[in-house]
Structure formats: C-alpha cells, structure tokens
Write a protein that binds this ligand. Structure first.
Ligand code: COA
Length: 350
C-alpha cells in the first residue's frame, strides 16, 4: 500500500484537511470509547490550535496515495515553549501522539512516523518522549522500543442514576459542621483579587498528585496563563465551574473544578480536586466534590455521566471517587522512553 506523510500546520491546514482529520479522530476515539460523546469539530480545532499558546507543535497526517482525502495516520510532536510557565523541568520532553487507523496497522507506518518524531525531537534538543498508550498494540510497540509504562491512569465514570444522593447531602452538611469557620464558594471565573493565591494552590496540589515513574517536571499555573485558559474556554462556549473552600483568615484551603462542553451536553468532566496538606482529613475533599455534584445535578439536567481521570496510585482521591460511585471506564498508561532507546530501535530496523 502506498501512502503519503505530510505536514499538518495547526494554523495553516485547510478546512478540508481539518474535516479529514476530525473524521479520523472520531474513528480512533470510537475504537477506545464507543459510547462517549465527542466535542464538535469547531471546538476540537479551536482547542488544538490554542495549545500553541504554550507549546510548539509539529503535526503530520498520513493519507493513502489513491485516497488523498482519507486520513489513516497521525503524528503530533509537542514541545513546551521556553517562555511557558511549566518550561523548567519539562524542557527535555517531546510529547507524542501517534495513531494509525486499525485496518492500516502492521504496515510500518508507525515506525516511519517514529523516525519523523525522532528527527523533530533531536532538532528541538529533547532527550525523552512521553505520551499516552491507548491500546494493547501501542503497548506492544512501546515494549519493542524498550520504553516503559511510567504512570497508570484510570478514566473513571459516574452514572448520575447510581449516586446515593442522601450520602452526598450528608458530605455537604458535614463539611461546614467539621470546619465551622470555613465557607464554600462557587465561581465561573476566578476573581482577580484571589487569582494569584488560587494559582499557587492549584500548582501546589496538582503537582502533589502522583506521577509514579514519570520524570516530567511540574505543571505551573500563573495568573497570566489562567486568564488565557479562561479566555479560551469562553471562546468555545465552555462552562468552567470552580468551587473553593475559604478559611476565616482568607486562605484558600481547597478547590475542585468541573467542565461542561456545550457540544457534549450529557457528559461533564470533573477536573482537579485538591486540598492544602494541613487541611486534609477533615472532609473538605468530600464537601467540595459533593457540593459540585449537587450543583451539576441542579444546573445541568441533561448531564448523565461525570468523567474524571486519576492516577491508579492516588489512594485518597480514588477513595472519595469510589464512595461517590465512580467505576473504572478504562485504564490507560502514560509512557516515557529515552531518545537513545528509540535511536537503537530505529537502527535495528534498518
Ligand atoms: C485527594 C484529596 C483532595 C483529599 O482531600 P481531603 O480533604 O483530605 O479528603 P477528605 O478529608 O474529604 O477525605 C475523603 C476520604 O478519603 C479517604 N482518604 C483520605 N486519605 C486517604 C488515603 N491516604 N488513603 C486512603 N483513603 C484516604 C478517607 O477515608 C476519607 O473518607 P472518610 O472521611 O469517609 O474516611 C487530597 O489528598 C489532595 O489534595 N491530594 C493531592 C491532589 C490530588 O492528588 N488530587 C487529585 C488529582 S486527580
């Protein structure tokens, strides 16, 4: 089979190319999650282009020579920009997304794309590849290269019909009973007055979540970055709800956030939950997540499912999620492999 690999500029690709790529994404996503709705092309494109705020991206699309409008493979190499807040500690990393449509696997296309990624990584002075392994074939490929699954991650789902609402209400009642001087506040945008403090807590708790053997650096959030992310959310019509717990002295002790995408109205995404270390173990995590769940039920009646991602080793977060009724949807792995190993693998195949 003859195929062609060509560059896909996120900002310069034609509408036709984006439609082709989106169709490819839908097919590969359905292979993984047959029953999970996908955001529409416009939001998907907009979000992908917005990564250019903080990353340099080189993407490639693979088409069949005799069917130039059908994408059969995709590679995206992502490099954090030097002026991005999370640059330090991540400057060695080239993140890759490499997918081949199932009926075109075992044709050496992934190997050729890996060579492209290798060249790109060398050009950007990177020494490590990271990415997400989405299926067994990808795992097998990684093992052949000599890489490892560095972080196991659970994608967990909660069906709102399965929730014990009495228990959730008890969590929400117990929160202020156990911490009478604390208050829980919801925001659709983080107020400028607390933004710096919020970003500091967000950065702190996010980086306390386990990364297991992944040797990537911290993800850092600054007020400037936060405003850009909120602007992007507004642009695509995304509702980004945050709840914080505020202490009497003004300190923010905990946070949780959830995201509603208008193009996927039946699913909501529960994002980060974090409680500052000295306030843990007094029910703030349960108060925050319980209050968010009640808000979702009351304000987004179309939502049927909540989706959340948690490291398999994150016992405290999983304990809360299990009590809420979350169940395992899929276990995925983040991989890490050094460029040297990739070089040896590619040379052995020549
Ligand atoms: C996860 C986290 C938010 C929990 O906050 P918290 O305020 O301590 O949680 P709570 O006090 O409400 O505890 C909730 C339940 O978790 C359980 N739990 C807490 N720590 C636990 C641990 N180390 N192992 C197992 N279960 C644990 C408790 O059993 C508790 O239930 P119980 O009160 O009915 O016994 C907090 O540990 C944290 O901020 N971690 C770092 C950030 C993070 O990893 N976030 C998740 C990223 S996806």
């Amino acid at each position: 089979m003859e195929y062609e690999i060509r560059s896909f500029g996120l900002e310069t690709a034609s509408d036709e190319d984006w439609e082709m790529f989106y169709e490819f994404t839908c097919k590969t996503a359905r292979e993984l999650y047959p029953d999970v709705p996908l955001e529409d092309l416009e939001s998907y494109r907009n979000d992908m282009v917005s990564t250019l705020m903080f990353y340099d991206v080189n993407a490639y699309i693979v088409t069949k020579k005799d069917e130039p409008l059908k994408a059969i493979g995709w590679l995206r190499c992502t490099f954090i920009k030097e002026d991005a807040p999370s640059y330090s500690g991540n400057e060695d990393i080239c993140q890759i997304h490499l997918t081949i449509l199932d009926e075109y696997r075992q044709n050496g296309i992934a190997r050729e794309l890996l060579l492209t990624a290798y060249d790109q990584a060398l050009e950007h002075n990177r020494t490590q590849f990271t990415g997400v392994l989405l299926n067994e074939a990808a795992r097998e490929f990684l093992h052949q290269i000599g890489g490892k699954e560095a972080l196991s991650f659970q994608d967990n789902h909660l069906n709102l019909n399965d929730v014990d609402w009495g228990m959730i209400q008890r969590w929400v009642n117990e929160g202020p009973r156990r911490s009478p001087t604390s208050s829980l506040i919801f925001y659709l945008s983080i107020p400028a007055l607390i933004l710096e403090q919020y970003c500091n807590l967000y950065t702190e708790v996010l980086n306390q979540a386990p990364r297991d053997e992944l040797t990537t650096g911290d993800s850092v959030f600054t007020p400037e970055k936060w405003k850009k992310l909120e602007d992007q959310a507004r642009k695509v019509g995304r509702t980004w709800i945050t709840a914080i717990v505020k202490e009497q002295d003004g300190n923010i002790s905990g946070l949780t956030e959830a995201i509603y995408e208008p193009s996927t109205p039946t699913i909501m995404y529960q994002e980060l939950t974090g409680v500052q270390e000295k306030y843990r173990g007094r029910g703030l995590g349960k108060w925050l997540k319980g209050a968010m769940l009640l808000k979702i039920r009351n304000e987004f009646p179309e939502v049927e499912t909540i989706s959340t991602g948690t490291a398999t080793s994150n016992e405290s977060m999983l304990a809360i999620n299990e009590k809420m009724g979350f169940h395992l949807k899929k276990e995925v792995y983040m991989f890490q492999v050094g460029l040297q190993k990739v070089k040896e693998y590619l040379e052995s195949k020549q």
